[in-house]
Design a protein around this ligand. Structure first.
Ligand SMILES: N[C@@H](CCC(=O)N[C@@H](CS)C(=O)NCC(=O)O)C(=O)O
Length: 203
């Protein structure tokens, strides 16, 4: 794909997930380094691109795309040669969307509940993600028999869920490092050359 991709990046943020995906896709991109301490993400210039003031953000030929799973899904479709997205309309595509959305709408809020010890609300059933434990056991089932979320085929969903699990493990989130399944999964996906390239000072 011939497009100008500007990648607003800080290596200590969720933008590492998109960095990995850009490498998996084989995209050409230009990194715009963002310094949180200097307030780069709250500058008028950046807020005009993403009013939430958050990373990751990419701008493709002038159009901003935000939210990690949306960026990852867009890149998977825009770079079909990388074979990271099942065909539109296929059943595998449904499973693929399922885990991409699950990461942002279930795993993340459940993790934040846990990290900040948020007390359960009066009606726990109103939480769209159930509970942290239920989210982890759902992911474990999604990865069984594995090795990937789509079975034998690695996809963009693994870039996102693998990144989320890796990130949560770094924070010492409970129930992850003591799970052989999660440990094996994160070790295998982060051993991929595209991930390694993002760690080799390529930021
Ligand atoms: N919903 C967003 C969350 C992005 C996000 O929270 N990014 C954090 C860094 S990991 C950020 O930019 N924080 C800076 C701030 O809010 O000041 C996504 O999935 O990409």
């Amino acid at each position: 794909m011939m497009a100008e991709i500007l990648f607003y990046h800080n290596p200590r943020s969720r933008s590492v997930m998109v960095h990995w995906m850009l490498e998996e896709a084989g995209a050409d991109y230009e990194i715009r380094p963002m310094d949180f301490d200097k307030g780069d993400n709250s500058s008028a210039e950046f807020l005009a691109i993403n009013p939430l003031g958050k990373l990751p953000t990419i701008v493709v030929d002038g159009t901003p795309i935000t939210e990690t799973p949306a960026i990852i899904a867009w890149l998977a479709d825009a770079y079909p040669d990388a074979k990271l997205a099942p065909p539109v309309g296929s059943l595998e595509r449904g499973t693929w969307y399922r885990w991409l959305f699950f990461g942002g709408s279930c795993f993340e809020p459940a993790l934040v509940d846990k990290m900040f010890n948020r007390p359960p609300p009066e009606r726990p059933g109103a939480l769209g993600w159930g509970s942290y434990d239920a989210v982890l056991s759902t992911l474990e089932k999604g990865l069984s028999p594995g090795p990937y979320l789509l079975g034998e085929n690695f996809s963009a969903a693994d870039v996102y869920i693998g990144s989320e699990l890796n990130w949560a493990m770094m924070f010492g989130a409970p129930g992850l490092k003591d799970s052989p399944l999660f440990t094996r999964y994160v070790e295998s996906v982060t051993a991929r050359p595209a991930y390694e390239r993002t760690r080799a000072g390529n930021s």
